[in-house]
Design a binder for this molecule. Structure first.
Ligand code: URA
Length: 288
């Protein structure tokens, strides 16, 4: 059994994870091919194949026009979104580095007690985050779903199980090597898209989490997290496979695990993203 098949069996994802042969090889020819693919994809504006090792260079600065959040893959299948008066734009996730940084415990308490937006009326509880706050990887999802709202932890439902499997296939321990947080700390009813004013109310919590953790690498999971952090309207297809940055922290974009549950053929792309992230992380570590 080749390495790809072994990993596929290990993570129990079935043939949807069948990658092209050679994903795991670090042969110079494979690396060169990936670099060429990434370059040509960028110039043709097609969906890029991620470079296995990309230059450590941030993507251009975010557009100044505030983006409109397109319906996220994670929520595309939500049957009947609850209508809310959503402002047109996603507010800028710009860290106010002069703002006082709360102690971690105080930050957790502030989130737990938060009543800054309407979501406090419908949540069961807030979802602050999980993992190691000294971790070098920070994964950022969208918002708690039903299970997360019940348990008070991010990514504990089916999407979370897939994420755990993907992390362990990448050699990352979900409790030790990563911290996982969401853009929103409360569940939007019916898993509808967060609205701009909800993000504006919540963003200081995520900004403070990022300032505390100071990760080596951020992995933005899904279009919603990516668009919010990068202040762009670009699609996941346009954003993945490139190294971006948020507040000078390298950032890589990948699909949301809930989307992958419904779109098995894209799992191999998510695996490419993780290989890209893993190799980028190794390079960043070497430089520090
Ligand atoms: N989807 C997310 O984006 N975050 C969670 O915590 C769970 C599902």
């Amino acid at each position: 059994m080749n390495r790809s098949a072994q990993i596929q069996r290990l993570i129990g994802l079935g043939p949807g994870w069948e990658g092209r042969p050679g994903w795991f090889e670090q042969h110079p020819a494979a690396l060169q091919r990936s670099l060429c693919q990434a370059e040509s994809a960028e110039t043709t504006n097609a969906e890029p194949a991620p470079a296995v090792i990309a230059p450590i260079q941030a993507a251009p600065a975010p557009a100044s026009t505030p983006p409109q959040p397109a319906p996220s893959p994670a929520e595309a299948a939500t049957p009947a979104p609850t209508p809310v008066a959503a402002p047109a734009a996603v507010p800028a996730m710009v860290a106010d580095t002069a703002a006082p940084l709360l102690e971690w415990d105080a930050l957790e308490r502030a989130v737990r007690d938060c009543r800054d937006c309407r979501l406090c009326q419908t949540r069961t509880q807030t979802v602050f985050g999980r993992g190691n706050k000294q971790a070098r990887w920070l994964l950022i999802g969208e918002a708690p779903g039903e299970q997360e709202d019940k348990q008070g932890l991010p990514f504990v439902g089916r999407a979370g199980q897939l994420l755990d499997n993907m992390l362990s296939a990448t050699g990352l321990d979900r409790d030790q090597d990563v911290y996982i947080a969401n853009v929103l700390k409360c569940r939007p009813p019916g898993n509808r898209n967060p609205s701009g004013d909800e993000i504006a109310s919540c963003q200081n919590y995520l900004i403070q989490q990022i300032r505390h953790i100071q990760p080596t690498l951020i992995l933005a999971l899904g279009r919603f997290a990516a668009q919010t952090l990068l202040q762009t309207e670009k699609s996941i297809g346009q954003l993945r496979g490139k190294l971006h940055s948020y507040q000078d922290i390298p950032l890589i974009v990948s699909y949301h695990p809930a989307y992958l549950l419904r779109n098995q053929p894209d799992k191999h792309k998510a695996w490419q993203d993780l290989v890209f992230a893993r190799n980028t992380f190794a390079r960043l570590q070497d430089r520090s």
